[in-house]
Design a binder for this molecule. Structure first.
Ligand code: CP
Length: 305
């Protein structure tokens, strides 16, 4: 064992020894070197995250994958490196998949040519949040055992929420009636669903999905105070009392207690907020298995050892 601080500390024969060993490892390739479960996955989060980031990491570890965690603030993106070059670097290091959250809508388009690792979208701007939609589907299915015929209300910042888009599109495809509600200026005509007043949406829904206000994407400050927003568009205790008895409350998080919904409702009998977070781990395990073609922790195409 020795420190490696400068190559001046190594003899020429030590340098040769290391180079020979590196060449041996390269020649063995992944199949010869990595233990079966040691595929590398890099988590590249360019926007803050708690749930998605840590549930992906947990999912990766439970699958036996090797995890590279990246902090954009401490990375060479601070020196001007592009997203493409960052991901291409992860590929060169050996990552088989990258999990990316980025503020740019459809950031992944610039990666689809030239990058040969699987990309799992952990949220692109106001675009999509596919694994959130998967965990939301899982949560709804655990409750109602089906999608067709259910009424799901999605309420709040419909324009800037990637969760709203991913959820509305897939729920509509699966045969749910999607009700939409929220402030006029945050309407999103591209979402499949019917706009109704917030009280009607809450009273009719089997599942009520309250959205976080996406302040970070707004060009101008919200006109309403938090209290005014809560009264007009939030899930207040009074509105919750008018929900159907078997209906559930959902929220992608992070929740602003007292704004999108009353603080006490977060852990009420109707709420599935923390259940959603737990479901995030298993939904992401399944998504990683699908993306990496994993079976029992190894790539299905890999030979048995
Ligand atoms: N739901 C969600 O994406 O939460 P995070 O931003 O904490 O990952």
């Amino acid at each position: 064992m020795a420190n490696l601080l400068s190559l001046n500390d190594l003899t020429v024969s030590e340098i040769d020894e290391i180079l020979d060993r590196a060449e041996q490892i390269r020649e063995m390739g992944d199949a010869g070197w990595f233990a079966p479960n040691h595929l590398l996955v890099a988590n590249l989060f360019f926007e803050p995250s708690t749930r998605t980031r840590f549930s992906f990491e947990t999912a990766e570890k439970r699958l036996g994958l090797q995890v590279l965690n990246f902090s954009s603030a401490a990375s060479s993106t601070q020196k001007g490196e592009t997203l493409y070059d960052t991901v291409r670097t992860m590929q060169a290091i050996g990552a088989k998949a990258v999990v990316i959250r980025h503020k740019k809508d459809e950031y992944y388009r610039e990666l689809l040519e030239g990058i040969d690792v699987k990309i799992l979208n952990a949220g692109d701007g106001a675009g999509n949040h596919p694994t959130q939609a998967l965990l939301d589907l899982l949560t709804i299915h655990q409750e109602f055992f089906a999608f067709r015929g259910l009424t799901v209300a999605i309420i709040g910042d419909l324009r800037y929420s990637r969760v709203a888009r991913s959820d509305a599109e897939v729920l509509n495809r699966l045969g749910c009636q999607v009700l939409l509600s929220g402030p006029e200026e945050w309407k999103n005509e591209k979402l499949p669903g019917k706009y109704v007043p917030v009280d009607d949406a809450i009273e009719a829904a089997d599942a009520v999905i309250m959205l976080r206000i996406q302040h970070e994407r707004h060009e101008t400050a919200m006109k309403l105070t938090k209290e005014e927003y809560h009264d007009r568009y939030g899930l207040t205790r009074e509105r919750a009392e008018r929900m159907k008895p078997e209906s559930i409350i959902m929220h992608p998080g992070p929740v602003n207690r007292g704004v999108e919904l009353d603080g006490d409702l977060v852990e009420s009998a109707h709420s599935r907020y923390f259940k959603q977070i737990s479901n995030g781990v298993v939904a992401r395990m399944a998504a990683l298995e699908w993306a990496l073609d994993l079976k029992d922790g190894r790539q299905a195409s890999e030979p048995e050892r």
